[in-house]
Ligand binder design. Structure first.
Ligand SMILES: Cc1cc2nc3c(=O)[nH]c(=O)nc-3n(C[C@H](O)[C@H](O)[C@H](O)COP(=O)(O)OP(=O)(O)OC[C@H]3O[C@@H](n4cnc5c(N)ncnc54)[C@H](O)[C@@H]3O)c2cc1C
Length: 520
């Protein structure tokens, strides 16, 4: 079959991602290896045809939605290609192709069952050592486990566990990427660095790419907006979070950590939101550092309650107290049962001090009880998407308005006040949930009609301005994609954007890679 195929109706699904916007394309490919990616890029570059890179299309910001030209879908590059053990730091590193799904990687790691037919001897030796060790895991947990590793890297995804482990960036040791002109670069953390504002990249064929990087400030919060910058930085950090606009990740070496021997999860229900926020602030300072601190407001609980009554897959979610106005979910990853008990005891004391009680609390200490809590944690975004799909039948132009902003330490109460009072004043239907440990909440406005949509959009923009004023970010984990371009400028200003565009044009002078992501 042809590597580059004409676009036909049978590929229509590839015009969309989870942002629910629909693009257009003239051709599509499903490369199986780096050589094929190069071949396609040589052809596209010569003809100046834009290329949209796709992983599993679970992105929410429209980054994988094509804006004409060619779609390169990487889901068929999904092998684990090797493993490495570093005896100095006792760590394992696993090499994967970008189309491997997070769910597949997790399953393979937990079973320790790998197809090693194409592995070299060093990798096979490392696997033997791994089999003699405890379970390992790749920590990023962006809720949607059907996302691909390439997508996680391109968006610097994070999710619930980032409170303890940080975002995807912290867990990538090496990458290979194909540039817009088909050249390959291989980058390793600690070896390929940018210093003094000059980017100097050597491609595998010996060519050099140079760019001056003018400094721009990064917010001191969890962040997935624009190109990463630090005075002295690893070059691969420029590619992590670039949303496909600088290069196509064709291979990545991921850092594996010891899987916790025991996990406890505690969900506390509160009848007063302010007290719940006090609880969150105290949890952040706990002696037992939580892996995640997640939040659900009253409307989010209402949405779950309604779906639970309807039955179906949501009915497995345990019943929660009717009087609750919000809930805080906390996960602790420990070395043993005793340590987890101590953490639960500490969180329990804090919780009672902040007005919640044991009776209104769920404690999960094993996989079975954890499943119900995970179903609870994952339910809200799913329900919101279902509601939007339903409303689009009457108003096809409607989309969810989902924020992804994070604010610096000490600003949580202010931002929550802002969301609550603005939403109430405008009478909008919404749900607030997310990664409150990182001061990072998703406000999902669920418009009933185009009027609501217009009001919601205005609110969203005004929030972005206020969040930027206090040093926050307009996207902490989903990326800018095609939907938040105006917000990126609010955050970095014209000069910051010019500096980023400078990097883009050094690596992709024809501007063909993921056209329409980050910049117009
Ligand atoms: C219900 C739901 C919940 C979610 N929750 C979270 C969450 O908690 N945290 C979070 O971080 N995200 C979350 N997401 C968003 C999404 O899962 C992540 O952004 C994920 O990283 C996207 O991976 P993907 O493979 O689907 O990428 P895609 O959607 O296919 O692509 C996303 C971007 O990455 C680029 N890209 C993909 N592969 C490559 C590659 N190999 N090389 C270069 N560029 C590439 C694309 O061009 C695009 O710009 C959620 C999504 C859903 C639907």
């Amino acid at each position: 079959m042809e590597l580059i195929r004409d676009f036909g109706v049978e590929y229509e699904d590839f015009l969309r991602d989870e942002s629910r916007i629909t693009g257009r394309a003239d051709s599509i490919s499903f490369p199986k290896n780096e050589k094929q990616v190069q071949e396609i890029m040589y052809a596209m570059h010569n003809q100046g045809i834009p290329v949209t890179v796709q992983g599993a299309r679970t992105g929410i910001a429209g980054g994988a939605v094509p804006d004409g030209g060619h779609i390169m879908n990487l889901t068929r590059m999904n092998n684990i290609t090797g493993m490495r053990y570093d005896s100095e730091n006792g760590r394992f590193y696993i090499s994967v192709q970008p189309g491997m799904l997070l769910s597949e990687l997790r399953e393979t790691l937990s079973k320790k069952s790998f197809d090693t037919s194409l592995w070299d001897e060093t990798s096979k030796d490392a696997l033997e050592t791994l089999r003699e060790s405890g379970e390992k895991f790749f920590t990023p947990d962006p809720t949607e486990a059907t996302a691909s590793i390439g997508g996680l890297i391109a968006c610097n995804a994070s999710g619930a566990r980032s409170f303890k482990y940080g975002s995807t960036r912290n867990h990538i040791q090496r990458i290979s990427a194909v540039l817009a002109n088909g050249e390959v670069v291989s980058l390793e953390r600690g070896k390929d660095v940018i210093a003094g504002g000059e980017l100097k990249l050597k491609t595998e064929s010996g060519k050099t790419v140079k760019a001056d990087i003018m400094r721009y400030g990064m917010p001191n919060v969890k962040n997935a907006s624009g190109y990463y910058f630090k005075d002295k930085m690893d070059v691969l950090d420029l590619f992590i979070g670039c949303e496909g606009s600088l290069g196509i990740v064709t291979q990545a070496e991921l850092v594996l950590l010891d899987h916790p021997d025991k996990i406890y999860a505690l969900t506390a229900f509160f009848t007063d939101e302010k007290r719940a926020l006090e609880y969150v602030e105290e949890l952040k300072e706990s002696a037992h550092v939580p892996a995640s601190i997640e939040y659900f407001n009253e409307q989010a609980l209402d949405l779950i309650g309604i779906q639970k009554e309807k039955g179906g897959s949501f009915s497995q979610i345990p019943d929660f107290p009717k009087e609750a106005v919000c809930a805080v979910y906390t996960e602790y990853h420990g070395k043993c049962e005793k340590e987890c008990m101590e953490a639960a005891f500490e969180y329990g004391n804090t919780m009672e001090k902040c007005g919640a009680n044991e009776k209104n609390t769920w404690l999960a200490m094993n996989n079975i009880s954890m499943e119900g809590l995970h179903a609870f944690r994952h339910a809200v975004p799913e329900i919101v998407n279902m509601m939007i799909d339903e409303r689009r039948k009457e108003y096809p132009q409607l989309t969810k308005l989902g924020t992804d902003m994070a604010v610096p330490k000490g600003r949580l109460f202010d931002v929550m006040d802002m969301y609550n009072s603005d939403l109430k004043r405008e009478g909008l239907e919404s749900a607030i949930f997310g990664h409150i440990g990182d001061n990072h909440l998703h406000v999902n406005i669920i418009p009933r009609d185009p009027d609501d949509y217009a009001k919601g959009k205005k609110l969203y923009e005004s929030w972005a301005e206020r969040v930027c004023e206090v040093g926050g970010t307009v996207s902490a984990e989903h990326g800018i994609g095609k939907l938040k371009i105006a917000l990126l400028e609010k955050m970095y200003g014209k000069e910051g954007i010019e500096s980023m565009k400078n990097i883009k044009s050094a690596l992709d002078p024809k501007g063909i890679l993921c056209r329409g992501n980050l910049f117009t």
